[in-house]
Design a protein around this ligand. Structure first.
Ligand code: ARG
Length: 261
């Protein structure tokens, strides 16, 4: 697995753009650094994933959440069009990084679209979330550019505002969801294509358990999501729980800190 991360050098809750963020609930910077290092080491040393890094930028506290920095498919890169002005300057930084790595097919969506945070590949289908942070019409733009089939999924709970906070791609046959975060039609759409759909409890969802990163055999998951961890073990997956408390103060977790390249 090749992934992109960004060290939390300038990470903070400096504004409020989702229900988890409260500027009066300060980040413990030291602990954030420790938690991020643990996630980084889990990927690199325990799983042997290839981790690339993008330089953090002062004044862009949410740049740690690289999942929002792009959606990558082969050599093609969809850059983010962030809804909130606070995050819009990140796009140029990610664009610069991809260009420096030799990517030439880059696309800037006309409609709001927050990268892999709202778009996850399951086999050759792209599940794409809306409406909190990405616009539904962005799905057509992206489908055209990448030449893939998308299934739009409507998110209905503002706490689960990005698709990757409510849905985990576990492996070729399995996806985990927090059902209460989706419209009924969207749950039907997921179940019509995915053979095995795991339903997470409220407890797992609030612990950000759906915000996990899997390579199909091993899964890195926020430590508080203990029911999901048991379900994954029962499926034969190797489970790597990690602490994410400081990033959850910003509405982020394991997956948000990770972009699949
Ligand atoms: N504070 C960030 C925001 O609201 C958190 C981003 C979480 N990223 C994700 N992929 N869910 O934009």
């Amino acid at each position: 697995m090749n992934i992109l991360m960004c060290a939390p050098k300038f990470f903070d809750v400096a504004y409020e753009i989702n229900p988890w963020m409260h500027t009066d609930n300060p980040v413990n910077k030291q602990l954030a650094e420790t938690q991020w290092q643990q996630l980084f080491a889990t990927y690199k040393d325990k799983l042997g994933w290839n981790v690339s890094l993008i330089e953090p930028v002062d004044g862009l506290p949410d740049m740690v959440f690289t999942a929002n920095g792009a959606l990558v498919h082969g050599k093609k890169v969809v850059l983010p069009t962030f809804r909130q002005p606070d995050r819009q300057p990140e796009t140029a930084k990610f664009e610069e990084w991809f260009k420096s790595q030799g990517y030439t097919e880059l696309y800037n969506p006309k409609y709001d679209f927050e990268g892999e945070g709202d778009a996850l590949f399951w086999n050759d289908i792209l599940f794409a979330g809306f409406p909190w942070r990405s616009d539904k019409p962005s799905h057509n733009e992206i489908a055209d550019f990448l030449g893939v089939k998308t299934i739009g999924l409507q998110l209905i709970d503002p706490r689960f505002y990005h698709l990757d906070t409510a849905l985990t791609i576990v492996n070729d046959t399995t996806v985990a969801i927090y059902p209460k975060a989706f419209s009924e039609d969207s749950i039907k759409a997921i179940k019509s294509v995915v053979p095995n759909v795991i339903e997470a409890t409220d407890e797992d969802a609030v612990a950000y358990g759906l915000n996990s990163a899997s390579d199909g055999k091993r899964i890195v998951i926020p430590e508080g999501a203990t029911n999901l961890q048991e379900k994954y073990r029962a499926l034969g997956l190797e489970v790597f729980p990690v602490p994410i408390s400081e990033f959850q103060k910003s509405g982020g977790g394991v997956k948000c800190l990770t972009l699949f390249l």
